[in-house]
Design a protein around this ligand. Structure first.
Ligand code: ADP
Ligand code: MG
Length: 239
């Protein structure tokens, strides 16, 4: 193993351990306190607050588990046009268009990937959300969808803050965040899902200029090859 790879893995392990410790310790400490209050006052209100805190801790662990073992989510695979999904996801950010201009180049709506629709939508949403959050005031987000070498390629580019080079290797590590209110789980979900679909992720970023995430996922079908794919799907359904 190369030293720099080893070091960045150690840094990631530390990041994850600190993240779990922080995210789980806080709610558990609160539960401990509320149980003490319950003992003293017998007020049932403290039971409800303690339950909510426990739910927070469980939520953190569940998120982490989904990233580590995405197969546990047994969502069936289906044909999905990422272009169509992007189109509808953009509407969720309507309240931002007064400050962020969106440029869309969404070609090949008939080009599909074969995968877990909710998971892929969540990944695209996480990337869009990060792009909006990276733009402090006004800026532009450029979204492209095209087919290249039998791959569906989606790129989401923002004119935001950019990412310092030393932080690039931390992207996708659970709990890595530079935001006050961040969870550091967004990119971990993106990386996990895209790799699970046999895809790749590239990141291009320059501080002060912006960031571009490029996803490539194997093309499953286009309108021209529907007949062939129907046969292919029958085989898969019997698996
Ligand atoms: P969160 O958004 O909760 O911080 P993410 O996993 O989505 O967690 O992102 C991790 C970190 O990666 C962010 O805190 C930010 O520092 C960096 N990052 C991700 N996307 C971008 C982007 N488009 N521009 C600048 N920084 C980004
Ligand atoms: Mg995020």
């Amino acid at each position: 193993m190369r030293d720099d790879v080893h070091l960045s893995q150690l840094a990631s392990v530390g990041q994850i351990a600190a993240g779990i410790a922080h995210e789980v310790k806080n709610p558990l400490t609160a539960v401990k306190g509320f149980l003490q209050l319950l003992k003293e006052s017998h007020d049932e209100m403290y039971v409800e607050i303690a339950q909510a805190e426990l739910q927070n801790a469980l939520g953190t662990l569940e998120n982490l588990l989904h990233v580590a073992k995405p197969d546990l989510e047994n969502e069936p695979k289906q044909l999905i046009s990422l272009s169509v999904e992007l189109q509808s996801l953009i509407h969720l950010f309507q309240d931002q268009i007064y400050r962020v201009q969106i440029q869309k180049h969404l070609s090949d709506t008939e080009a599909c990937v074969y995968g877990k629709k909710n998971q892929l939508k969540k990944a695209l949403f996480n990337l869009l959300k990060n792009a909006f959050e990276a733009i402090p005031e006004k800026g532009t987000i450029t979204i492209q969808h095209q087919v290249e070498n039998e791959m569906v390629v989606v790129s989401i580019e923002d004119t935001g803050t950019g990412i310092p080079p030393e932080k690039i290797s931390m992207l996708g590590t659970p709990f890595f965040t530079t935001k006050v209110e961040g969870t550091g789980m967004g990119l971990a979900q993106v990386f996990s899902v895209i790799y699970q679909h046999g895809g790749q992720i590239q990141v291009f970023s320059k501080e002060g200029e912006g960031t571009k995430f490029v996803l490539s996922i194997p093309l499953e079908t286009t309108k021209l090859t529907h007949g062939v794919i129907r046969m292919d799907l029958q085989v898969r359904e019997g698996e």
